[in-house]
Ligand binder design. Structure first.
Ligand SMILES: [Zn+2]
Length: 150
């Protein structure tokens, strides 16, 4: 996350969701703000990555079953429709997560993680290493003395 407030509007700019005047203003801002240019490039890479993901598709037999099922819907009720749509949405989500995980493992194999990521991980590990035993001892002491119980 960058500090420039204009960065909050980069998604709308990238998606073509701005009026011509807003778009012109953003282009003027981008000529002056390196942070927003960098963020815009990051958003474009993310957008390209999502576009390149394979889409989940149903085979003909499954599609035919879905159509037959949908034709009988009035007798089955809206709850069943909601359950089925939720199941389809969950399947699509799982497919996307698997794809993203594969992309993440590919990019992890391609090189070192960004500096901020390495610092965040090492900082967390350092925090936990120093205090986890002390914290555990305090929880045990509290638990044995009955302090932790309501
Ligand atoms: Zn900016």
């Amino acid at each position: 996350m960058i500090e420039c407030q204009q960065s909050l509007r980069l998604g709308a700019y990238l998606d073509g969701q701005m009026s011509p005047q807003e778009r012109s203003n953003m282009q003027e801002h981008l000529a002056l703000c390196a942070a927003c240019v960098s963020e815009l490039e990051r958003l474009e890479r993310l957008s390209d990555l999502l576009r390149s993901m394979p889409r989940a598709e149903l085979d003909r037999a499954a599609l035919a079953r879905l159509h037959r099922w949908a034709d009988r819907l009035p007798q089955r009720g809206a709850l069943r429709l909601a359950e089925t749509l939720a199941a389809v949405a969950a399947a699509v989500l799982v497919a996307c997560c698997v794809g993203l995980a594969e992309q993440a493992s590919l990019s992890a194999a391609q090189g070192p993680s960004p500096l901020w990521e390495a610092q965040a991980i090492s900082q967390t590990a350092a925090d936990q290493a120093g205090s986890s035993e002390e914290q555990l001892a305090m929880w045990l002491a509290d638990d044995l003395s009955g302090k932790a119980r309501p």
